[in-house]
Design a protein around this ligand. Structure first.
Ligand SMILES: Nc1ncnc2c1ncn2[C@@H]1O[C@H](COP(=O)(O)OP(=O)(O)O)[C@@H](O)[C@H]1O
Ligand SMILES: Cc1ncc(COP(=O)(O)O)c(N)n1
Length: 278
């Protein structure tokens, strides 16, 4: 029997350490039975300790990749990660407006603290890309940067609700909730509606490098399969949490380890060597 799998396009940067960016997106697509296509916007020299270099891909090469994918494959949803320059943000707004649903992960700062998008990129997100997105998935620091002056004093749900003023739904990905010990709360805000909490269990780990990319790619996969936003956010959180439960048991790299992109059914079992045995 011949079948056409759903296709999700990720427009993002590479992470040489295999934790974040396109590595996370394509692995997440595969885990969801989705074919992942990829447009590379930047090459990073990166590992678990930090981002050591960022090399933006020339605009015309980004355009050529985008043209190739959009002319050939039936893209059901698009996800964006590191875009790097205002020109790339504007290009995507021009090419993707009115097309398949767009999940924008406005990556501005890496887990390690490296800046992956400056003030001009923030302005381009606000003015060009978020108004044509279906949903944005910032963490709290990114959401406050996108909302601008005054956002620092607002409670988290109000930050999420405020961002919907730019024209898209928002899932503000969260940290531990002081009112709900052992839980993490992501806030879903949709234009004109009260924000709703999407709580899920906290995984006690620092091996979370790439969790934001994994979450937004999983949301794109759920949306490509027809899920509504609340269902998509809840499924994406469940997927990311399951992967964090695996990476919580790992020792990998000298810094903040990758969220796991492996699956229990993998036919090749890793060799479990502790640092001392190497
Ligand atoms: N320790 C954790 N336990 C459970 N869920 C987590 C944990 N850390 C992150 N998440 C979840 O992973 C997803 C990505 O969020 P986050 O890590 O905040 O993104 P980012 O990498 O952009 O900062 C969200 O659903 C968030 O709640
Ligand atoms: C290429 C690339 N894309 C995205 C991130 C953000 O991921 P995280 O917030 O987990 O550092 C990153 N560090 N590198």
């Amino acid at each position: 029997m011949i079948a056409t799998p759903p296709v999700v396009l990720s427009v993002a940067g590479t992470d040489s350490g295999g934790a974040a960016g396109l590595a996370a997106d394509l692995a997440t697509c595969a885990a969801h039975g989705v074919h992942g296509a990829c447009v590379v916007t930047a090459v990073t020299a990166q590992d678990t300790t930090g981002v050591h270099g960022v090399h933006p891909v020339p605009l015309e090469v980004v355009v050529a990749q985008l043209d190739a994918v959009l002319a050939d494959l039936p893209v059901a949803a698009v996800k964006t990660g590191v875009l790097g320059t205002p020109a790339v943000v504007g290009l995507l707004a021009d090419r993707l407006a009115g097309g398949p649903p767009l999940v924008v992960d406005p990556v501005l700062v890496a887990t390690s603290g490296a800046v992956l998008g400056g003030g001009e990129v923030v302005a381009a997100y606000r003015e060009r890309l978020l108004p044509v997105a279906a949903v944005a998935t910032p963490n709290l620091a990114e959401a406050r940067a996108l909302l601008g002056p005054g956002a620092d004093d607002l409670p988290v749900p109000d930050v999420a609700a405020g961002l919907t003023g730019l024209g898209c739904a928002v899932v503000l990905t969260g940290g531990p909730d002081l009112d709900r010990p052992g839980e993490v709360v992501d806030w879903l805000a949709r234009p004109g509606r009260l924000p709703v909490a999407v709580p899920h269990p906290l995984v006690d780990t620092e091996h979370d490098h790439g969790s934001g990319c994994t979450f937004s790619a999983a949301m794109a996969c759920a949306i490509a399969a027809g899920a509504a936003l609340e269902e998509a956010a809840s499924r994406a959180a469940a997927y990311t949490t399951a992967q964090l439960r695996t990476s919580a048991t790992w020792s990998l790299g000298r810094g903040r380890g990758p969220v796991a992109h492996t699956h229990p059914t993998d036919p090749v079992r890793p060799t479990h060597l502790t640092r001392g045995e190497r």
